[in-house]
Design a binder for this molecule. Structure first.
Ligand SMILES: [Fe+2]
Ligand SMILES: [Fe+2]
Length: 174
């Protein structure tokens, strides 16, 4: 089944959106590297890698559907933040934006009755739910910690131990 042209265009845009996310997270990792929060730097670095894997998953899908991959420039990411809460608030906004993009993509896939694309996008919708949750949980706890250095360091250590991938890498490689 030939990939619908509107859907192909949106899937290509999503390769770019995921690469942009990867770049945004890499900038966040770099910002944390300039602070004592090495655990949060690791979290953001791992997140950046996951977003690259998402981009590659969309790339592979477009290739497998025998459609052309068209790559676009990646925008310069925000590089200055006020504090860890500020970074995680931006992270949550970014994830919510991506969830909306995937939702929109799913709707188009549904309109053109492309069930294989719907299946791919369902995987991404679940992934988005997980990502929004992990960012939201950390944000809530950062707010609870406030300015207490001991509490912040506990959260930082925990963030550094977070697993690099939640299955996305294995799926993307499949
Ligand atoms: Fe993603
Ligand atoms: Fe994400």
């Amino acid at each position: 089944m030939t990939l619908n042209s509107k859907l192909a265009k949106l899937l290509n845009e999503q390769i770019n959106n995921e690469m942009s996310s990867s770049y945004i997270y890499l900038a966040m990792a770099a910002w944390f590297e300039q602070t004592p929060y090495t655990g949060f730097a690791t979290w953001m670095f791992n997140q950046s890698r996951e977003e690259t894997m998402h981009a590659l998953k969309f790339y592979q899908y477009v290739v497998d559907r025998d459609a052309a991959v068209v790559l676009q420039p990646i925008a310069k990411p925000k590089a200055d933040f006020k504090n860890p809460i500020d970074v995680f608030e931006h992270s949550l906004k970014q994830e919510q934006k991506v969830t909306q993009q995937i939702n929109d993509l799913f709707e188009v896939a549904e309109q053109v009755k492309d069930h294989a694309s719907k299946n791919l996008l369902l995987w991404f919708l679940n992934e988005q739910m997980e990502e929004e949750k992990s960012v939201r949980d950390m944000l809530d706890r950062l707010k609870l910690a406030g300015n207490d250095p001991a509490s912040l360091l506990v959260l930082d250590r925990e963030a550094g131990q977070r697993k690099a991938a939640t299955g996305g890498e294995a799926d993307a490689a499949a």
